[in-house]
Design a protein around this ligand. Structure first.
Ligand code: PPS
Length: 363
């Protein structure tokens, strides 16, 4: 029998094959075209800090952490072996991790606002929460310019800062400024209009937190009570121990008020930064003259960590809690020692409430 339908079948198969070939070629060119467009667009975004930040928030890498390490690495490079800002890692080993960001837009400016204290008050949390704001750019590690590295000069300090565009605020945090005698005059010599933020926390808990940090680095440290008390029988407090001295907030504030009016300060409650981060961030943004961008939609309470964390940005698989050195369990301290410290701090706390115009409820 002849094959009358063979030609037709062959023709049908050939046309299906041709159509598929055409469809694959078209698909291939589409994909190649998108990729070619995609790369320059990405590098453009990467070069622009505000855009970069927005792009990451919309599904890229962890913004705050990446910026932090970018800044820290830059500083390490700048500081070289001379103990520059990298030394800050000793104080705050949670300065962030991530990828450095190439950025050649904007200019480096000295900070218009500084988180000056207090050590173990919650300063890292505040800075990282602020970094979500598109109009805030902050250096990740602690520069320690107004206490340790003042002789390096203002240009050195400025060079550590991230670039900012018009309308963006440059910030840094170094909690030891609050207790440094020379710091207020030095900050004022740079700019007497600098806004100053102090995160304060119950001085007793703060002292235990400070001790916990030192203990983590030096397990052979004497007990808290032997360092806090001059004499166990009299119960006299040893104010020469820095963990105790830092908590005399009224005394340190008096020094700052010699150089800055009270209106230049914002006192943030370290306790409320944990119990109501969005509420406290509202006050901070108002003080800095920023639009209230950071709100309750940015936070969730992480049960495992026991602290508020930043909601992960869409498309990111990484949670944004602070690191292990923040929110550590504290050792058990005898209750009579804590009570003795509480009694000791009471008059200083009350004086501080008067000076700051806020009752922090520590007593
Ligand atoms: N969201 C969030 N996550 C983790 N930790 C938080 C948070 N908010 C405030 N805190 C509290 O911050 C305390 C550390 O304070 P600092 O960042 O100022 O410490 S440091 O001076 O920079 O070393 C740290 O003290 P410890 O609890 O003693 O570790 C925390 O209690």
């Amino acid at each position: 029998m002849g094959c009358s339908g063979c030609g037709v079948r062959w023709f049908n198969r050939a046309s299906v094959l041709c159509t598929m070939l055409l469809a694959f070629t078209y698909l291939f060119y589409c994909l190649a075209g998108v990729r070619a467009l995609d790369n320059p667009l990405r590098s453009l975004l990467r070069a622009h800090p505000a855009q970069e930040r927005r792009s990451r928030r919309d599904g890229g890498a962890d913004s705050a952490e990446s910026h932090a390490l970018g800044d820290a690495r830059e500083q390490r490079l700048r500081g070289g072996g001379d103990g520059g800002a990298a030394a800050a890692a000793d104080d705050d080993d949670d300065a962030g991790t991530g990828i450095p960001v190439a950025n050649s837009y904007g200019t480096k400016k000295v900070p218009q606002a500084i988180i000056i204290g207090v050590k173990k008050g919650g300063t890292r949390a505040l800075l990282e929460f602020l970094r979500i704001h598109p109009d805030v750019r902050a250096v990740g590690a602690e520069p320690h310019f107004f206490d340790r590295f003042y002789d390096k000069g203002l240009e050195w300090y400025r060079s550590l800062m991230p670039r900012t565009l018009d309308g963006q605020i440059t910030m840094e945090k170094t909690p030891s400024y609050f207790v440094t005698k020379e710091a207020p005059a030095r900050v004022c010599a740079m700019n007497c209009h600098t806004k100053l933020i102090v995160v304060v926390r119950d001085p007793v808990t703060r002292a235990v937190s400070d001790y916990t940090q030192t203990l983590s680095k030096n397990p052979g440290l004497p007990t808290f009570q032997s360092l806090a008390l001059k004499n166990a029988t009299t119960g006299l407090i040893d104010t020469t121990w820095s963990a105790v001295r830092i908590g005399l907030y009224a005394t340190h504030l008096e020094n700052w008020l010699q150089h800055f009016p009270a209106s230049h300060f914002l006192f943030v409650s370290g306790e409320r930064l944990v119990s109501d981060p969005a509420g406290e961030m509202g006050r901070v943004q108002d003080f800095l003259g920023l639009k209230r961008v950071v709100s309750d939609k940015h936070f969730y309470f992480n049960q495992t960590k026991g602290f508020p964390c930043l909601k992960k940005p869409e498309g990111s698989s990484r949670p944004r809690c602070l690191g292990k050195s923040k929110g550590r369990p504290h050792p058990q301290i005898p209750s009579e020692v804590l009570q003795r410290l509480r009694d000791f701090y009471r008059p200083f706390n009350h004086r501080f409430y008067q000076m700051s115009g806020q009752d922090f409820g520590w007593d």
